[in-house]
Design a protein around this ligand. Structure first.
Ligand SMILES: NC(=O)c1ccc[n+]([C@@H]2O[C@H](COP(=O)([O-])OP(=O)(O)OC[C@H]3O[C@@H](n4cnc5c(N)ncnc54)[C@H](O)[C@@H]3O)[C@@H](O)[C@H]2O)c1
Ligand SMILES: O=C(O)C1=N[C@H](C(=O)O)CCC1
Length: 241
């Protein structure tokens, strides 16, 4: 498969390594405004965007208008996600967005939903989310923490949303910490006076994110429409998802 990398930073480089190992070719690397590149000259099968919040929407929709399917992992631009999906469908293209491509985190998402259902009505417990990432990260809270909070909100209907770094009635607090060289750690805690229940995912490197993104690109090749990591992993996480 011919892959375009939109963003060639920490993730772009890790994805390149895995894609080549899996027999794919990187035919384009976009590192600045996409209008400076001759995208159509490269016979791209799938584009993978891990860029910056301010560039993702333009990168992605430029590809849709050229009928190039896009896998996107860039976080911090979700206000425009629905618009991007509309542009994808209008142009008969394909799109797969995930706040986190790691298989382990996608299992963790399912555990989060299960635990949130079990904790419904347990009024002695209050929930909070902590995310820890490296100090270069541009957005806070992480996209993954937002996904976790939205999952809890959908199940615990009394929640109105989430708040960053503060506790407020009817909102799920997300505490964002930045520490050198941390690829990504997420903890969901339910705390009462008597005890605490925690589920935690720790990424030991960026390889899991990158492998998931390449698996998603392989899945999206020759497809049309909007997909999620659940579609990619449905065979793998068979019974319980
Ligand atoms: N979904 C996931 O699984 C997942 C995992 C890791 C990181 N991320 C997200 O991916 C994004 C990138 O992460 P990273 O660690 O590689 O960051 P990074 O800072 O290492 O790399 C970003 C790259 O984008 C480039 N860039 C700047 N402007 C651009 C433009 N207009 N078009 C294309 N590229 C441009 C920069 O030069 C830089 O090299 C972040 O939003 C991060 O949150 C998501
Ligand atoms: O390194 C990052 O930046 C990461 N971003 C994603 C997020 O915001 O959830 C996934 C984890 C790593």
């Amino acid at each position: 498969m011919n892959i375009a990398l939109l963003g060639y930073g920490k993730m772009g480089k890790t994805i390149e390594e895995i894609a080549i190992n899996r027999g794919h070719e990187i035919v384009l690397k976009v590192e600045q405004d996409i209008s400076n590149y001759k995208v159509e000259e490269n016979k791209i099968d799938v584009a993978i965007d891990f860029s910056i919040p301010g560039a993702a929407f333009n990168n992605i929709t430029t590809c849709f208008r050229k009928s190039i399917p896009v896998v996107c992992g860039t976080t911090g631009w979700l206000d425009h996600l629905d618009e991007a999906k509309e542009i994808c469908l209008k142009n008969d293209s394909a799109f797969l967005y995930a706040s986190n491509f790691s298989v382990g985190v996608n299992i963790f998402f399912e555990l989060n939903k299960k635990l949130a259902s079990m904790m419904q009505g347990m009024e002695d417990y209050s929930v909070n989310i902590e995310e820890i990432h490296h100090t270069q990260k541009l957005d806070a809270p992480s996209g993954t923490a937002i996904t976790l909070a939205n999952q809890i909100k959908e199940i615990g209907t009394h929640f109105k949303g989430w708040k960053l770094d503060k506790k407020e009635d009817h909102f799920i607090p997300i505490f964002a910490k930045r520490e050198e060289n941390v690829p990504g750690t997420h903890t969901v805690s339910y705390v009462s006076e008597i005890d605490s229940i925690e589920i935690k995912h720790t990424a030991n490197s960026r390889l899991g994110f990158a492998l998931g993104a390449v698996l998603a690109a392989e899945f999206l090749h020759n497809k049309k429409g909007i997909f999620s990591m659940k579609d990619v992993l449905s065979g793998l996480l068979q019974d319980n998802v």
